[in-house]
Design a binder for this molecule. Structure first.
Ligand code: ATP
Ligand code: MG
Length: 563
């Protein structure tokens, strides 16, 4: 495939094929319309820049999921500007922070978010030296086919702010080149095609929703059907429709899903409350003969969720992958079911170079050196990455940029320090498919260096590994494991648990499972030093829009301690 900027690539698709569908209204938009509307919107943007070139300028926008969002994003790219997608769910002062930090030339908003945009503009206006323009988008259609400029030394791209799980949001600059490299890598690995129909239910200010679920399928000429915000019943109804006794011919079978683990969890728990007819039709929809690929990522996939999905779908095994705002997708399981090993995120994707750097000795862990000979334990290493898909700088934050990259004596470029820890392990039977990037030892994510690697009494344990084991107990619905400061141990393992319906009656006399019961059960499955010394049962664990737990905040709220 040619290394074209995304908007050049979509011009090559069949103009009559469908690019975008609004699931609720059934409205469809072809690739031909999209190309024309993007070209018209681009002209409008450039006119609005008052004679200033839009090249390399940041343009923030607040637009709901759907066709207008796609037109807005692509028109900013076409104008060689840097698109900064904003989340309408953020409070005005946070949006204002992003607009100011990115020094946006304009804030675009759709009609739906005019009030929000006004609030954002009012926020701290007196102190701001920058005047923003507001622009109602929804560009009229043009009939002429407008040729877009050739992307010579393109200054444009996209800037996503990190979700702020561990830090103040940082602007991650992804140039057109990087976006194209990321799309081509995923295209090769996951085989997107013009035959794919993807149901899109994710927010559009994160890498998962924008690159994996939008730009890459557009690159491939797939159809993207928007259904937002996520609603489990509507989701199941849509999946089932083509397989009902009297299907709606306009609704094609969905072939591709890429969502976060919490969405799979919600889908699984709501399935049994569907009507028998919907239950059966949606099962048919999920069967591997109809549904090509179901992907999970952004947070660790609990094994019970994966198994339940395999069972419900009649054999559709979830594919787990690992990525982050700064690097797009980095490590992924393969298309062959045998390559989707439980607990593993697979192998470095095409054009991604990855290495593990021992968190203790700071040596690169070479293949074959995954076990520490002195302890017999698997070595923990920080994942470090380089290649054409990796970002090169945080916007206007040279200190953070300098801190996160490390030189290599081989002169082939710097490595980005992800801050995530993994182990690597060979697994029999995996890595034998025809996908040549998917072979060798598999990566198993152990969590974030800052929050998930717990040092207790001289032992190093992974919060993610303990969470995985605890989730295998039927009494446990959700769990977050953390390390709390301890005078005796350095850190001690603590777990915050949500009991499952079974767990709520599993204790003596039908009472909820107690900490004592839990400890007894955990003794059977965990080494002593991994068993949580503190167990706290709660009703729910708060998560952000991407289904992530902010452990720092959780520990502060529950234990009044800093992580
Ligand atoms: P911030 O950087 O602002 O603290 P964030 O790291 O949560 O926020 P993202 O870039 O959206 O922002 O998330 C990337 C992180 O998500 C990774 O660094 C990793 O810790 C986690 N992650 C992604 N995929 C997986 C996975 N399959 N298993 C476990 N963790 C994952
Ligand atoms: Mg991060």
């Amino acid at each position: 495939l040619p290394r074209l900027p995304i908007f050049e690539a979509i011009k090559k698709h069949d103009g009559k094929s469908i690019a975008v569908i609004h699931s609720l209204s059934g409205r469809t938009f072809t690739y031909g319309e999209l190309v024309n509307d993007v070209a018209a919107a681009k002209d409008k943007l450039q006119k609005n820049a008052n004679g200033k070139s839009t090249a390399g300028e940041r343009i923030s926008f607040l637009v709901e999921n759907g066709y207008d969002y796609v037109v807005t994003l692509l028109s900013i790219l076409a104008a060689h500007a840097i698109a900064v997608p904003l989340s309408p769910t953020f409070p005005a002062h946070e949006l204002r922070y992003i607009i100011d930090q990115s020094e946006s030339l304009m804030l675009l908003s759709s009609e739906k978010f005019q009030d929000k945009a006004d609030d954002v503009l009012k926020e701290g206006m007196e102190t701001s030296p920058i005047n923003y323009k507001q622009e109602k988008i929804m560009m009229g259609k043009t009939d002429d086919y407008v040729t877009l400029e050739e992307p010579e030394s393109d200054k444009g791209g996209m800037m996503l702010y990190t979700s702020g799980t561990t830090n103040r949001p940082k602007g991650v600059l992804l140039s057109q080149d990087i976006l194209t490299a990321q799309s081509l890598s995923l295209l090769e690995a996951w085989d997107y095609s013009s035959k794919d129909v993807l149901l899109h239910v994710l927010p559009l200010h994160h890498i998962h929703g924008t690159v994996n679920a939008l730009l890459t399928p557009l690159f491939a000429g797939s159809t993207i059907e928007f259904q937002f915000p996520f609603n489990a019943t509507a989701f199941w109804e849509r999946l089932a429709t083509p397989f009902l006794p009297s299907p709606d011919p306009a609704k094609k079978p969905i072939t591709f899903l890429t969502v976060v683990p919490t969405i799979y969890t919600r889908l699984l728990s709501s399935h049994s409350s569907l009507s028998p007819e919907l239950q059966s039709a949606s099962k048919t929809a999920l069967h591997p003969s109809n549904m090509r690929l179901n992907i999970s990522g952004s947070a660790a996939l609990p094994t019970p969720v994966k198994s339940a999905w395999t069972e419900l779908s009649g054999g559709n095994v979830l594919l787990e992958r690992y990525g982050m705002t700064e690097v797009g997708m980095a490590i992924s399981c393969g298309l062959s079911f045998a390559d989707r090993v439980d607990g593993s995120v697979g192998w470095p994707l095409p054009s991604v170079q990855a290495r593990l750097v021992d968190t203790e000795t700071h040596e690169v862990i070479k293949e074959g050196e995954e076990i520490d000979p002195s302890t017999g334990r698997e070595r923990h290493g920080e994942i470090q990455l380089r290649g054409p898909t990796i970002f090169r700088e945080y916007w206007k934050n040279p200190e953070a940029t300098a801190k996160e990259f490390v030189e290599d004596a081989d002169g082939k470029g710097k490595w980005f320090k992800t801050g995530d820890v993994a182990i690597r392990r060979n697994v029999d039977g995996a890595g034998k498919s025809s996908q040549d990037w998917a072979h060798g030892p598999l990566y198993f994510i152990q969590g974030r260096m800052s929050a998930d690697i717990i040092k207790t009494g001289g032992e190093k344990v992974s919060a993610l590994e303990i969470e995985r084991e605890m989730l295998s107990l039927i009494q446990v619905e959700e769990v977050a494991v953390v390390g709390l400061p301890s005078d005796a141990w350095g850190q001690k393992v603590a777990a915050i648990v949500v009991l499952s319906p079974e767990g709520k009656t599993a204790g003596r006399g039908g009472r909820p499972w107690s900490a004592l019961d839990m400890r007894k059960a955990l003794k059977e499955i965990l080494a002593n030093y991994k068993i949580p010394q503190e167990l706290k049962v709660v009703d729910a664990i708060p998560k952000n829009a991407m289904g992530k737990i902010n452990k720092k905040q959780l520990v502060k709220e529950l234990f009044g301690k800093a992580l």
